[in-house]
Design a protein around this ligand. Structure first.
Ligand code: ASP
Length: 333
């Protein structure tokens, strides 16, 4: 072998070794992480994603970029994110609707909440409130129910699309009351709330994080919170039990998922970053001030989230099956 050829080969070997060393030491993440929010900006899923994502970015050492992909009650964004390359750079903020209720309402759903994801962890529990526009002709839940029963055809409900949390929880409410109002679909409860404040729709059921500032500001009426206890964030709002509708008990949640088959290194780092965010005093205060319930250490593991998803799909299937036919074909605003 010529001396020149030997030198060339040695050079190539050195380069290959350097590339190997780089690959081994180039720790994930090397670039920003996209967190898909399957609803419009400004609503509960978006708010929770931004609060938690901001702190996760600090731990990951890369920015977490929120991408709002709204439509079809959150299933459009989750479908797209579930089909993203499973490299940890695309993750999503799902919730009780997208990963619990949707299979009951979308016979052709393109994902299986229990099988097509790598669970990262629960981000927040979110009590549900029944809220009405400021000018609604009733001030408490009993008056609201009486009005709905007598004038249901004149009343409109705002929700975030078939299978969303707002749609699901108000479907439950309307089936318990036997009421049938108009139901208007939005691309998230951020825009739905804007119309409620403006008085263009009459009422809705929504996750607490969206509502606290508007209730405190007197811009909408809070009729009841559907949890056994009042929320420390809204101590003056009665529970459904106190307000005369004890059977209406429902809470929602938001959680971070990655596509199925995301590599362990990325998953471990995402799980750790979420855990750290939920331990951070500043992040906790922001979530608590908006009425979220922060999961404890055992409640925020991937295994706990997987269990939750499975039990939620089983819980909502029978409740929503009958509502499915009636719910299809809603107009979208
Ligand atoms: N809270 C909404 C829902 O009803 C969605 C959103 O976060 O805007 O599912």
């Amino acid at each position: 072998m010529s001396r020149r050829r030997m030198l060339r080969m040695a050079g190539a070997a050195a380069l290959a070794l350097a590339a190997q060393i780089h690959a081994a030491s180039a720790a994930w993440p090397e670039k920003s992480v996209t967190l898909v929010v399957p609803f419009a900006a400004g609503g509960p899923t978006d708010i929770i994603a931004r609060i938690v994502g901001e702190h996760m970015a600090r731990t990951l050492g890369q920015s977490v970029v929120i991408e709002n992909v709204a439509g079809a009650g959150g299933t459009t964004g989750i479908t797209r994110a579930s089909q993203a390359k499973p490299d940890g750079y695309t993750i999503m903020m799902g919730h009780m609707g997208t990963h619990g209720a949707a299979p009951a309402l979308y016979p052709n759903l393109k994902y299986n909440p229990a099988k097509d994801f790598t669970p990262i962890g629960l981000a927040a529990g979110t009590p549900i409130l029944i809220v009405a526009k400021k000018a609604f002709p009733a001030d408490d839940l009993k008056g609201f129910i009486a009005y709905l029963k007598a004038n249901g055809d004149k009343v409109s409900e705002a929700h975030a699309g078939v299978g969303s949390v707002s749609h699901t929880t108000c479907t439950l409410l309307q089936s318990q009351l036997g009421s049938k109002t108009a139901r208007v679909a939005y691309r998230g409860t951020g825009p739905a709330l804007n119309d409620l404040v403006a008085g263009q729709v009459d009422f809705g059921c929504d996750q607490i994080v969206n509502l606290v500032p508007q209730i405190q500001g007197g811009n909408i009426k809070a009729l009841a919170i559907a949890t056994p206890e009042r929320s420390p964030a809204l101590p003056n709002v009665p529970t459904t039990k106190e307000a005369g509708l004890p059977e209406y008990q429902v809470s929602a949640w938001n959680a971070v998922f990655a596509p199925k088959d995301t590599p362990k290194e990325a998953v471990d780092k995402l799980v750790g970053a979420l855990d750290k965010a939920l331990d951070d005093e500043g992040t906790r205060k922001r979530l608590l001030d908006l009425g979220s319930v922060i999961p404890d250490k055992t409640g925020r593991t991937p295994a706990a989230l997987q269990k939750l998803v499975e039990s939620e799909v089983a819980r909502w299937m029978p409740v929503l099956k009958d509502a499915a036919a009636a719910a299809q074909g809603q107009p979208t605003k």
